[in-house]
Design a protein around this ligand. Structure first.
Ligand code: HEC
Length: 222
């Protein structure tokens, strides 16, 4: 019954024990950095999203054309559908500037019924939540890997959809019940033009040099 005895420590022993504990805690808190603190949404001007300084007139034109295209709202005649997530790049990539991540109000909610569509936002799409894209882990057989993005909406009912279009939304509740859905929020695309500007030959050359010990296979975008 040793454990019982230890419950009845004498007052001085208890006191000494508590001192040790509190000294120990004090030492620990002196060593640890202050607890992490979320500063919330940053105020002030956006620190990204503008063109680089010193572009030539042609480069600036190219940037502005690209940005306009990024923000343009597409319609079915432009190529929207038959399944889709939203009608513009800039709708999802918006915070703190065009090219960034989700805006404060998720545009996927209004998109559900825009232009007369009858979509129902899936359970993971909420006004005050982030823009979400859904990927399925596996195909219907439950074995073959999928991994692809499965669009949340369809063009059925939209005023610009071809008549007779009856395509149905994916059943995300059923997929979720199978534990088959994973989510992604928009990656800010700032600076990807700079990466794009690296000639393929430089990437291949660096790989051949292997100076950093990195390895892999370059995947050119065509
Ligand atoms: C419905 C919202 C949505 C729309 C519309 C959208 N994106 Fe994205 N974007 C995302 C999400 C979510 C990711 C992260 C994807 C992932 O990790 O699976 C992403 C990632 C990206 C990336 C980073 C890719 C990488 O591998 O690092 C780029 C670049 C990008 N989007 C460009 C675009 C362009 C260009 C368009 C328009 C043609 C567009 N996005 C439209 C949500 C969106």
């Amino acid at each position: 019954m040793i454990w019982k005895k230890s419950l009845f420590m004498s007052a001085p022993v208890l006191f000494a024990f508590m001192c040790v504990v509190s000294i120990h805690t004090a030492t620990l808190s002196a060593q640890l950095p202050p607890p992490a603190h979320d500063p919330g949404v940053r105020g002030g001007a956006a620190g990204a999203g503008a063109p680089l300084a010193g572009l030539t007139a042609g480069q600036l034109l190219f940037f502005n054309e690209g940005k306009a295209d990024f923000d343009e709202q597409e319609t079915v005649p432009d190529g929207l559908g038959a399944r889709f997530n939203l009608d513009s790049c800039g709708g999802c990539h918006a915070q703190p500037a065009t090219g960034g991540t989700s805006p404060a109000i998720n545009p996927e909610v209004a998109m559900a019924t825009a232009a007369g569509a009858h979509n129902t936002p899936p359970f993971f799409v909420q006004s005050n939540g982030p823009v979400r894209e859904a990927r399925f882990k596996f195909q219907a057989d439950g074995v073959t890997r999928d991994g692809g993005v499965h669009d949340i909406y369809v063009i059925t009912g939209r005023s610009d959809a071809p008549s007779g279009c009856q395509i149905m939304q994916e059943d995300f509740d059923a997929q979720n019940a199978r534990g088959n859905v994973i989510f992604r929020i928009p990656t800010p695309a700032f600076g990807t033009g700079l990466m794009e500007a690296i000639p393929d030959g430089t990437i291949a050359g660096n790989l051949a040099l292997n100076a950093t010990g990195s390895s892999g296979r370059p995947r050119p975008i065509r």
